[in-house]
Design a protein around this ligand. Sequence first.
Ligand code: KG4
Ligand code: ZN
Length: 328
Amino acid sequence: MKILGIETSCDETSASVVENGVRVLSMTTLSSLKRQIKWGGIVPEVAAREQVEAIMPVIEICLEEAKTTIENIDGIAVTRGPGLLGSLLIGVETAKTIAMIKNIPIMGVDHMKGHTYAAFLETKNPPIFPFMALLVSGGHTQIVSCKGHDDIKIIGETRDDSIGEAFDKTARLLGLPYPGGPEISKLAKTVSKTKLRLTRPMINSGDFDFSFSGIKTQVAKVISENIYSKAEIAYEFQESVTDVVVAKLLRASEKYQIKNIVTGGGVAANERLREKVKTTFSSVFETPPIYCTDNGAMIAAYAFFNWKPVPYLDIKADPSLNLEYELR
Ligand code: KG4
Ligand code: ZN
């Protein structure tokens, strides 16, 4: 079964043709990185204006690269939330229009479920149920449990900034360019220890939630004191936030007795985080890096394993769509 996955929840415009949920025949993503560098972040109105122009060419190129045509597509899957309303609407309404005109079955997909399923794409080592997924990016910081297909529940999440935002904002304070994650990681590698000690936010809170908005204030204070080098600050910042996510992931894995761990999202590319996850857990399934960032392939993967088409008029963009919470 060939599914066309469409993802426009934030400011990427991505389409992908995926066969049987795992084989990516093509993936076309219009990245907004250059523009984000210029603005130092995402401007929702600017993103949506660009996406409305990009969506059809992206889909056409994607079908061409998969050496197929829309007539040979068995289903369409589109992200319906959570995300930016203007951006979501472009993907959802485009997908519905194609489904209507070409009479193709369609379903809406929760973006976070898509991230969870990205680990099934193009890998010799697909996740084994039940697993605990750590989803860390510029847009989200969540631990979710996945006990079987479509049995995905939130175990914990950030109460304010995402971990990616913490990387980006700290990088900005240190005078590093956007996106900050890779820059902090690079700078942190130039030292191997420091006397600087930042707090580990909420590490002992007893739940599985996170808070990353306070750490940038600590970093700003440390910078103003002029005692530690930028490299030491980058190093200790990275140690702090990775310690927190790994500690909470470990506690969640113990409490729910789920030992298989999946990692995904842009921050999952962080080498120090990957190292800590691999030394802490014995059964780790990393999402292949190219499927960590927002993409249409993960949306198609989820749809294949949970295929439930609906009348196209029933699909509505929902910016605040949220997974169910696991009982605590
Ligand atoms: O998943 P993503 O590409 O986009 C969304 O936010 O959906 O994630 C982008 C985030 C940015 O905050 C970026 O700084 C961070 O991922 N990031 C990293 C690394 N590579 C990207 N953070 C830490 N270490 C990295 N190596
Ligand atoms: Zn995302």
